[in-house]
Structures are given as C-alpha cells and as structure tokens.
Design a protein around this ligand. Structure first.
Ligand code: AHR
Length: 658
C-alpha cells in the first residue's frame, strides 16, 4: 500500500492519503452542514483580447478588411479588377477626406472601356450564408461623369452570388447603402466594387455586414460567437487584454478614448500580434476598433458579466520595449483611467457620461473594478502603481483595483524573487485583488490544485486572470486544445473553487482563435468565417460557471491521488453541487456522502465531460465531440454509490434541504 503526499480537501493542510493501489472503497464526503466561504457571483469569467483575429475578422462582424484604406499599405486586402479591355486608375488620396481621423480614401477612375474596380478579400475570405441579408454601405463622392457602381459578391470559385447597383453620386461625401442576398453559402467569398461607364468616384468606409448580428444591432458583433460567450454565463469580462493593453511601445498602447464614438472617427492602430511572433507574422492584422469600449461594456451587460477593463499604467510591454512614462508625466494616463470610470459610471450630465449617453446608453454600466496594468513587474511597476492607486481611490474610493504579478505568478520569466518582491509590495499597498497568470504544462495544473490552500488569507484577494494548459509549451504552435489539457484545468479549478474565500475570480486565456489567422494557441473557442466551436477547455469553463453555487462546502476524500473534488451549494435551487475530476485511467466507484443535513432529495443530475482518448479534440467538423452529457439520476439518501468514469470531469447536483 503506497502513501502519497496530498492535500486534505477539508482542512487544506497537507495529508497522507492512501493511493489508488489500495482496494478499499473510496468515499467522498461533502460536509454540507459546514458551509464555508461565499462564492463571488462573478467567480468564473472571460478574458477577451484582440489576438488571433479575435475582434477584427472575428467577434466584430465587419466583413471588409481595410475598409477605410488606412493600412500602411493602403490597398492591402484589395485587388485591382481590370479585365484586358479595361482602362483606368486606382489612387489613394487624402485631400478633402471623408473624415480627418481616417484621412485616406480610394479614387477609382475608369475610361469606361470595360468594368474596372476593386475586390476585397475579407478576413481570410468573406463568410456568406445563403438566405441571409447583407448590408453594403460606403461613403462615395462623385468626381467626374456619371459612372454606375456595381456591388458584387463572388464565391471562391468565381460564381456571382449577388449584385446590386448604385448610381447618381453627389459631389460631396454621402453614404450609399444596398442589400445583398447571396444565392449560396461560401466561407471564402469576396466583395467587388466595380465602375461601369466612364468617370471617377471616391470611396471610403466600404462596409459589408450581415443583417443578423448579436441582438441584430447594425454594425454589431457576430451572433454565433457572442452566443458562445453567453452560454458560459460568465461572471465578468476582462477586456481589452492582455499584452494589447500595453503596446509594444507606448505609441501603440491601447487607448480607450480612440475606440468610442462614431466608427469612422476611430483611428486605426496596428495590432501588436501583427508582428509579435516572427514565426506567425500577420501583416494584415490591424485594429479598426469597431469593437471598442462602448461595445465591450454593452457586451458585458448583454451577457450578464461584470465589466473588468484593464488600463495601461504608463508601461509598454516588458517583453518588448518596456518603455516607461516618467513618473512626473503620468497625468494623462491617470486622467484616462478617471475618465474611463466616468464614461462607465458617471451621470449622463457628466463630461464622459454624456458621451456614453450619446452613444445610446444613458444608464451607467456600473463598473466596479479596474486593472492597473497587464503583466507588469519590477520596481518600475510599483512606482507607477503608487501614483495611480491613490489618484483613483481619491475620486472613486469603492473602485476595486487589480494589480499584476508579471507573466507567471510562480517563476518564468520574472523569476521567483521578482514575484516575491511584488507580493511583498502588494501586502503593503493592498490592492483589492492581485492577478496571477499560469501558462503551464498539463502536469502542472493538477499538481497545483492545492496551490492556494496555503496562501496568506490576510492579504489581497486573488484573480487567476490568465491560465491555460500548454500541451507542448508556451507560444508553441503545436499546442493543442485536447482533452488532457482540459481535464488538467478542471483539476486545477477544483482547487480554485475550494479556495473561493481567497480566489475571487478566474478566466482562461486567450479566448478566440481564427483557424486561418491565429498567432497563439491554445485558445478557448475556435472559429472560421462561418462556424464556431468550443474546445473541451471551453466546456470545462462552462460547467464550472453554470454550476457555480453560492457557498463552498468542504469535501473529504478518503483517497485523493488523481482524484480532485470540490463542492458548493446552490442556495436558490437548494442543491449540493459536487465536481469531481477522475484523472486515472480507470473508473472509480465511490461512496458519496452528504453529512450534516437533515434531509436529502432523491433526484439529481449527473453531467459528464469525457473523451475516449486524452488526445481527442473538438473541431469545426466535430464541434461537440467532447461536450457535457447530462442525465437524471436517483440518490437513495444522504449516501449513495457513484462511479466516476476514467479520465472524466463530472458534475453531480442533487437537492439537499438543510
Ligand atoms: O494570452 C496571450 C498573452 O499571454 C496575453 O496577451 C498576455 O497577457 C500573456 O502573456
């Protein structure tokens, strides 16, 4: 009989337990009469960053890439369409632009000898669905003569899917619109804007949107992708990242004020993931900010998530330039933070509250927390935090501040001493919440299911703000979202749940990956231009979030080697929720007991997430290969047998009246 060192789920101290080589029956006892900490309703949330075409080409439903010709190569994404008889010119101009914020536009001039114009390739193609309505719009200015403009949708194989005509252009900029109905579905279609007849027009803000967006908002978000988020019932949404907050240098940092107001006024910015990985260059990756801070707050409201914006604290990404704003010049950065709070929460009569109201949301968004910096570290961070925090608290004493611990809360790449230094400071400076990140191996996560058991209970609360099991290694292009990684995260998350008195929030990162345009893997949700699917990791997050419970219930395991458990109680439903990860290769029969309650119901639900192999994955073609399967079960009393399948994650819910 072997003994293994493990952690007691009840008292959280180290404990010798009998290993699975022992043949005596396994028991899991939920101490239902000894409820522990209240669980933050926002415990399980979402991390959004515009990486892997997460926003442009992803969640933001715009189908035209480089719609306002502001990419440094102004015709990137566009191709000249000039059949052999055609004579004409394309020129990029900036005199008398449609909008000074995005000054470039395209002039198409044709001799009229044959149709002449441009084609847009979209974001790795344009995804079109038969039977759906698409709204084309463009700012057009007539320049000479009276050419017609043909708006055409072509399939990847050259089939014309639909077309429409615009004409009668005035000599000033004007928005022209037309609707299109493709006769076929194609994930890789393209849009053509073709002049017919002699003449010239100026073109800007060329846009194509599906009519059907999330909540059918014009110019809105991809409905299927938001639905995936809504289905998680997330407690919070962290945005806009991630390293994107910091910028590789300060000129490229995320500035929320540039992301609100009319979309044509939002200035384009190069996306840091355009050039971050030389092994995955993405030269056509830019931020149009069509998904900006207003839309983020609105999304939070839509899906019932607490907004968690992260702001730049005067430091560029420390993996890149690490550029610093001198301490005596932090004023504008702090002002941005204060203005953001006013934008989110201020009355519609306040300066920034008024901007929010003008955008259609007079009521406040009720933002309660703010991250100061992303993955910052070192004394430079502390110096800046010390300026930021008092300035924010002086105006908004109830705003909960989130402070960082670099890119890994235990070691790489900052080093243990670095993290210890940060913690020594956080214990003194006492931000409400400290953010810890873990991009580690599938072994690390279960091994660290007890990580927070021994953490100091007198310091700040914890936010496990980025984590994901890396099947190969951080930033490896070979990382997979397979069942092994998902199960390892589930085991770790039982530890987060058991420690919900300390760990008040957590989220997986990154969120989205476009299969044809990603820089980073693994990701929680993958998509192409028409489809989206949740990885097994997604279903782990979803199961935790949808089975959160209100209070932690202590759990005692008679054996815990490769078996991980946590329990909570859902007050409203009057149910015990037991989560068990069986990471062994064998089914484990267990006697489940609920102690300390007078009466248990006999009805319950068991939900199992499992795969036949650890290497199994979901895919666009098999999106739910690994997904939760639920069935009703009967529990004969406060003690019942249950067999946990091999390599599985199980959620058991049963009613238990106190
Ligand atoms: O999630 C991808 C990146 O990992 C984030 O941008 C950054 O915060 C972390 O290093």
């Amino acid at each position: 009989m072997a003994k293994v060192k493990s952690t007691c789920g009840c008292c959280r101290g180290p404990k010798d337990v009998v290993s699975s080589t022992d043949k005596s029956p396994v028991s899991i006892t939920v101490l239902a009469g000894k409820p522990g900490a209240k669980i933050n309703p926002a415990m399980w949330g979402i991390f959004f960053e515009d990486i892997n075409f997460g926003a442009d080409g992803g969640l933001y439903a715009e189908l035209v890439k480089n719609r306002s010709f502001e990419f440094p190569e102004p015709l990137m994404g566009w191709t000249k369409i000039s059949p052999s008889l055609a004579k004409g010119t394309l020129s990029i101009r900036n005199d008398e632009p449609f909008d000074a914020a995005n000054p470039h536009y395209l002039r198409i001039q044709s001799e009229g000898t044959a149709p002449f114009g441009v084609s847009n390739e979209g974001f790795r193609g344009i995804g079109l669905r038969e039977g759906e309505t698409y709204d084309f719009s463009a700012q057009i200015r007539g320049v000479s003569d009276a050419p017609l403009v043909n708006v055409q949708l072509y399939g990847a194989d050259g089939t014309l899917l639909d077309s429409a005509q615009l004409k009668g252009f005035s000599s000033g900029w004007e928005k022209y619109t037309v609707t299109l109905h493709p006769k076929d579905t194609d994930p890789k279609a393209r849009l053509q804007v073709i002049l017919q007849g002699k003449g010239a027009v100026d073109l800007d803000m060329v846009s194509l949107f599906p009519r059907h967006t999330w909540k059918n908002r014009p110019g809105g978000l991809r409905a299927d992708m938001v639905q995936m988020l809504a289905d998680m019932k997330p407690g919070f949404l962290r945005f806009p990242g991630g390293c994107i907050v910091e910028g590789s240098d300060l000129s490229r940092r995320y500035q929320w004020k540039n992301t609100i107001g009319p979309v044509e006024k939002r200035q384009l910015l190069i996306n840091r993931w355009n050039y971050e990985f030389i092994h995955r260059p993405t030269p056509d990756y830019f931020q149009s900010f069509g998904l900006g801070f207003f839309e983020f707050f609105q999304l939070c409201e839509d899906i019932g998530a607490e907004p968690m914006p992260i702001i730049n604290c005067g430091m560029a990404c420390q993996f890149n330039s690490g550029e610093l704003v001198p301490l005596d010049q932090l004023g504008p950065y702090i002002q941005d933070a204060l203005d953001l709070i006013e934008f989110a929460n201020g009355p519609a009569t306040s300066t920034w509250g008024k901007v929010r109201a003008q955008m259609g949301h007079p009521e406040p968004f009720n933002m309660k927390m703010l991250g100061v910096g992303n993955e910052q570290w070192g004394p430079q961070y502390i110096e800046r935090y010390k300026v930021f925090a008092p300035a924010i608290k002086a105006r908004y004493p109830n705003m909960q501040l989130i402070a960082a611990t670099g890119s890994d809360a235990t070691i790489f790449p900052n080093g243990k001493a670095e993290v210890e230094y940060l913690w020594s400071q956080w214990r003194k400076l006492r931000p409400e919440i400290v953010d810890e990140h873990f991009y580690r191996s599938p072994d690390w996560f279960p091994e660290n299911a007890g990580l927070y058991d021994a953490y100091d209970r007198n310091g700040p609360k914890l936010f496990v703000g980025e984590y994901a099991s890396q099947s190969v290694g951080v930033a490896s292009t070979k990382n997979r979202n397979n069942w092994k990684t998902a199960m390892s995260e589930a085991a770790f998350m039982t530890g987060l749940e058991r420690n919900a008195d300390l760990v008040v929030m957590s989220c997986y990162a990154p969120l989205f990956g476009h299969k044809d345009a990603w820089q980073w893997t693994p990701n929680l949700i993958w998509c192409d231009n028409l489809r989206v699917y949740g990885t097994p990791n997604y279903y782990v997050q979803q199961l935790f979030s949808r089975n959160r419970g209100d209070v932690v219930l202590p759990v005692q395991l008679s054996k815990v080697e490769n078996l991980y458990a946590s329990a909570t109680r859902d007050e409203k439903a009057g149910e015990i929720i037991l989560k068990v990860v069986n990471a062994t290769a064998e089914a484990v029969p267990v006697t489940v007991q609920a102690n300390g309650i007078a009466r248990t119901g006999s009805k319950g639900t068991v939900t199992v997430l499992a795969a036949s192999k650890l290497t199994d994955e979901n895919s666009l073609d098999e999106p739910r290969k690994i997904s939760p399967v639920s069935e009703k079960i009967t529990m004969p009393g406060s003690e019942f047998p249950h067999t946990f399948p091999p390599q599985s994650f199980t959620v058991l819910r049963w009613s238990a009246k106190p």
